[in-house]
Design a protein around this ligand. Structure first.
Ligand SMILES: NC(=O)c1ccc[n+]([C@@H]2O[C@H](COP(=O)([O-])OP(=O)(O)OC[C@H]3O[C@@H](n4cnc5c(N)ncnc54)[C@H](OP(=O)(O)O)[C@@H]3O)[C@@H](O)[C@H]2O)c1
Length: 325
C-alpha cells in the first residue's frame, strides 16, 4: 500500500490521530477539575499505547479548556512534546461581546489565536495549523501574511484546512509559498456523502448528496493528507445503536460485530478499517474520551489491510440500505 501524504512530506505522523475535542470537561466554561485531568491523561496514555503520535485540537474546543488540560498532561510528561505532532485549528469565533457567531481568517485573528493555542498547550511551536471552516470573507493574501509571520517566528511549521472544497483550497494555495498539507472533513460509515457524490454521478438519487465534488481526487493528486473527523460515527456501529435506531444502523452494527469476530478485532477497528481501506489513505481522528474505546481502535490498520473489496462494499451497502447502482 502507498505511504501517507504527511509521511511523504517528511512530517512524522501516525495512521490514527487522537481528537481532543472531548477533553476539558464541559462547554459552559466551568473550571477544569481533577477528573477532567485524569480523563485526559488516561486518553493520551491509551492513544500512545496504540501507536498514536498525532493529536488534534482547536482553539474553540471546550472554549480553550481542551488545550489547557492537554497542556497540563504535557507539563507532567516533559519528554512527550518531542515525540508527538500537535495540530490545532483557528477561524471559528463564538459569540463574544459582539454577540455574533462568525468565521475569521483575518491576519490579526489568526495571529492572536495561535498565541492563545501555544500558551494553553504550553509549547513553543505548533506542528500543523488548520483553518477550521471556510470564512465567507476570506482573503488569501491576508491568510498568506499571517502564515508567513507565524512561520518566520517559528510558531507554526505547516498549514492546512478543514471542511473545504478543492476550489477553496486552490484559492488559498494560490497565495501561499508552501503547500497546504491537510484537509480535515467529516467522513464515516454513517455519513456517506463523500462516497455517494462519486458513485451517484448521473443518477437522480445523487441530487441529494452534499459533498464537494472532486475534493477526494484533488487531495490525492496534490498530496494533501485527508483526515476524517467523526470517524467512529458516535459509536453507532460499535455499541451505541438503540432498539429504535434505523434498521440500516442495526444491520450494519450486526455486520460490524460479525466482521470484528472474523478479524479478531473490536468493532471500532472495523469501522475505522473501512475508512482506512480507501486509497486516499484517510487518517481517522478518533474523538472518544474513553480509554477502553481508544484501545479498541488498536487493530484498525490490520483490519484495513485484511478487508477485501467485497467486504468493503458489503459494509457500504448495509449502511446506505440499498445496493450501489
Ligand atoms: N474539523 C472539524 O470541523 C471537526 C468537527 C468535529 C470534530 N473534529 C475532530 O474530530 C475528532 C473526532 O470527532 P467526534 O468526536 O465527533 O467523532 P467520533 O470519534 O466519531 O466520536 C466520538 C464520540 O462518540 C462517542 N462514542 C464512541 N463510541 C461510542 C459508543 N460505543 N457508545 C457511546 N458513545 C460512543 C464518544 O463518547 P465517549 O467519549 O464517551 O467515548 C464521543 O463522544 C474530535 O475530537 C475533533 O478533534 C473536527
Amino acid at each position: 500500500m502507498k505511504s501517507m501524504p504527511l509521511e511523504r512530506r517528511g512530517i512524522s505522523n501516525s495512521r490514527l490521530v487522537y481528537g481532543c475535542m472531548g477533553l476539558g470537561g464541559d462547554w459552559a466554561g466551568s473550571p477544569l477539575t481533577k477528573e477532567d485531568y485524569i480523563t485526559a491523561e488516561k486518553a493520551v496514555e491509551a492513544a500512545l499505547e496504540i501507536g498514536i503520535t498525532m493529536f488534534d485540537h482547536a482553539d474553540i474546543y471546550k472554549k480553550g479548556k481542551a488545550e489547557t488540560v492537554f497542556g497540563e498532561v504535557l507539563k507532567n510528561r516533559p519528554d512527550l512534546r518531542d515525540q508527538i505532532i500537535l495540530q490545532s485549528k483557528c477561524g471559528i469565533r463564538f459569540p463574544d461581546e459582539t454577540g455574533v457567531h462568525r468565521f475569521d481568517f483575518s491576519k490579526d485573528h489568526i495571529l492572536a489565536s495561535v498565541d492563545g493555542i501555544l500558551s494553553r498547550l504550553g509549547i513553543e511551536h505548533l506542528d500543523v495549523l488548520l483553518l477550521h471552516r471556510p470564512d465567507a470573507l476570506m482573503e488569501p493574501e491576508d491568510i498568506a501574511a499571517a502564515f508567513n509571520t507565524l512561520r518566520s517566528a517559528g510558531k507554526v511549521r505547516h498549514f492546512g484546512v478543514s471542511n473545504m472544497t478543492s476550489a477553496q483550497m486552490r484559492f488559498i494555495q494560490n497565495s501561499l509559498p508552501e503547500p497546504l498539507v491537510v484537509n480535515q472533513l467529516e467522513l464515516s460509515l454513517a455519513r456517506l456523502d463523500w462516497i455517494e457524490q462519486g458513485i451517484l454521478v448521473n443518477q437522480k438519487a445523487g441530487l441529494n448528496t452534499n459533498f464537494a465534488d472532486g475534493i477526494l481526487e484533488y487531495c490525492q493528486m496534490a498530496d494533501v493528507q485527508i483526515q476524517a473527523w467523526g470517524p467512529l460515527a458516535k459509536g453507532l456501529f460499535s455499541g451505541a445503536a438503540k432498539v429504535d435506531s434505523p434498521e440500516t444502523v442495526k444491520n450494519t452494527a450486526a455486520l460490524v460485530a460479525q466482521l470484528a469476530a472474523q478479524y479478531e478485532a473490536e468493532p471500532e477497528a472495523v469501522v475505522l478499517g473501512w475508512l482506512m481501506k480507501h486509497p486516499a489513505r484517510i487518517q481517522p481522528v478518533i474523538g472518544t474520551t474513553d480509554s477502553k474505546r481508544v484501545l479498541a481502535c488498536r487493530d484498525a490498520v490490520r483490519v484495513a489491510d485484511a478487508m477485501t473489496r467485497e467486504t468493503w462494499y458489503a459494509l457500504l451497502e448495509s449502511s446506505r440500505g440499498v445496493r450501489v447502482p
